[in-house]
Design a protein around this ligand. Structure first.
Ligand code: NAD
Ligand code: ADE
Length: 447
């Protein structure tokens, strides 16, 4: 049953490996924390004999994580966590030069996407690494015998297995790590329903992940994707940001910095209040719809922009999504009321309705990874340091004793990643004096 890194892969073009290597090495320069972890792991080999399956965006930054896991001794395979985000040269580099089994082809259709997830599961991992919980979700559907809820490519494969092979699929897994907000929401729902079968480390819960990756990474790379796709001018444009969470705050901040008039939509009163006091007009989407030149969804929710909103939009209004799944913009609803899509540029398609054209970017999929390269390496350095350390933690004695729930990495690990990042950036900070330490731990030193 096992598909190992050495005997199997499905990638676009192995001859791209050299170009991939150049780009992966370029990213590595901006990943000092991961470099340091890789060096330690190559000496300590914490993953010796450990099979891992990762389902992540196949980018230069992810390649650096894969090399770190390999340096630690892992037998790792990688599949894509989105059909449009794969960098084919990186996939070729990992297969050709790093002995990582990669199952990812840019632009793959749904059947191929799930066949690649299937290959990751068939590797027989002890640790899985998800960005959106696709591997863990499928593993649980198999465990719960809910084959009808699986893509047929996976359910047909499961049906062909012996009982022993089937039960060993889940039996091998010690735990998992999850990269993103949406994945963690899914996993917490599984834990609440009492169906989660092993511990998961919610990497997104680390401060060194969501404070930086979601805010500064998404803030910059979302606009990067939109600019590469459209070459639009942000100065003077009205940009509607749906969702004022970690990602939305970052995008709103960067769009304002580029001279856009930013409007925020929210459903949470606290976040709506925060956006208001940060100086953004806040209103329902139905009020924002006629005003926006560009709409960006970052909510983790579905149908945030839908039929009633499309009908209210101006001629040429553009709509992009940077939330995890392609459900935030209701394209199915749009297709019912419009004619299109009409290709306008790569990643840009027009839909005609009510005598105007609404423009959808990147098919409503994460625009920063579809039309650009995702977050810069400098921020993924911290996200993927968390991933490598989360895998190590799951295999430690403490990790092996964790309950079947979603956990965060210990605070001291989070702080250590921040400390290493500061060193990498050449920034020094003060330490406490003895008096300060005493003052902070006392209750009778008030004046
Ligand atoms: P978050 O929970 O911090 O913020 C989401 C916000 O959206 C919340 O404030 C919520 O109240 C709001 N919201 C929910 N439904 C809404 C609706 N109908 N209208 C308006 N607002 C609504 O989450 P986050 O960390 O900001 O992540 C947002 C999404 O982006 C998730 O899907 C996450 O997985 C994804 N993500 C993408 C990238 C990327 O590279 N593009 C990176 C990190 C996270
Ligand atoms: N998510 C957002 N940006 C990313 C990147 N550059 N690599 C992997 N996952 C990402």
């Amino acid at each position: 049953m096992s598909e190992t890194s050495t005997n199997h892969c499905d990638i676009a073009d192995i001859s791209l490996a050299e170009e991939g290597e150049r780009r992966v090495k370029w990213a590595e320069r901006s990943m000092p924390v991961l470099r340091q972890i890789r060096k330690r792991m190559s000496e300590e080999r914490p993953f010796e004999g450990v099979k891992m399956s990762a389902c992540l965006h196949v980018t230069t930054e992810t390649a650096n994580l894969m090399e770190t896991l390999k340096a630690g001794g892992a037998d790792v395979v990688l599949c894509a966590s989105n059909p449009l985000s794969t960098q084919d040269d990186v996939a070729a580099y990992l297969v050709d030069r790093c002995d990582v089994g990669v199952f990812a082809v840019n632009g793959e259709d749904n059947d191929v996407y799930y066949d690649h997830v299937r290959s990751a599961i068939a590797h027989g991992p002890m640790v899985t690494m998800d960005d959106g919980a696709d591997v863990v979700g499928a593993l649980h559907m198999i465990a719960l015998d809910r084959l009808d809820d699986l893509h047929p490519v996976i359910s047909n494969w499961v049906s062909s297995l012996t009982d022993e092979e089937r039960s060993s699929i889940l039996g091998n897994v010690l735990g998992s790590t999850e990269e993103t907000t949406t994945g963690i929401i899914r996993l917490r729902a599984m834990a609440a329903d009492g169906v989660l079968q092993f511990p998961v480390i919610g990497v997104n819960d680390s401060f060194t992940k969501h404070l930086f990756d979601n805010r500064y990474g998404t803030g910059q790379s979302t606009l990067d994707g939109i600019l590469r796709a459209t070459n639009m001018l942000l100065a003077g444009a009205t940009v509607v940001v749906a969702g004022y969470g970690w990602c939305g705050r970052g995008v709103a901040m960067r769009a304002r910095g580029a001279g856009a008039k930013v409007i925020v939509t929210e459903i949470d009163p606290l976040r709506a209040l925060e956006a208001t006091m940060d100086g953004f007009p806040v209103m329902p989407m139905a009020e924002a719809a006629p005003l926006g030149d560009l709409f960006i969804t970052l909510t983790g929710n579905r149908d945030v922009v839908r039929e009633e909103h499309f009908r209210l939009m101006k001629e040429g209004a553009m709509v992009a999504n940077s939330g995890h799944f392609d459900v935030e913009v209701d394209l199915t609803g749009l297709k019912k009321i419009s004619s299109g899509p009409r290709p306008l540029r790569p990643f840009v398609e027009g839909y005609e309705l009510d005598g105007k054209e609404v423009v959808i970017l990147g098919e409503g999929r994460l625009i920063n990874l579809a039309a650009a390269e995702g977050h810069p390496a400098s921020v993924m350095d911290m996200s993927f340091a968390n991933q490598a350390l989360a895998a190590e933690y799951l295999l430690s004695d403490v990790g092996r004793g964790l309950s079947k729930d979603v956990h965060r990495l210990p605070m001291e690990v989070d702080r250590e990643i921040a400390r290493l990042k500061l060193i990498g950036m050449g920034i020094e900070v003060d330490g406490l004096t003895a008096q300060q330490e005493h003052y902070l731990s006392s209750w009778d030193q008030g004046t």
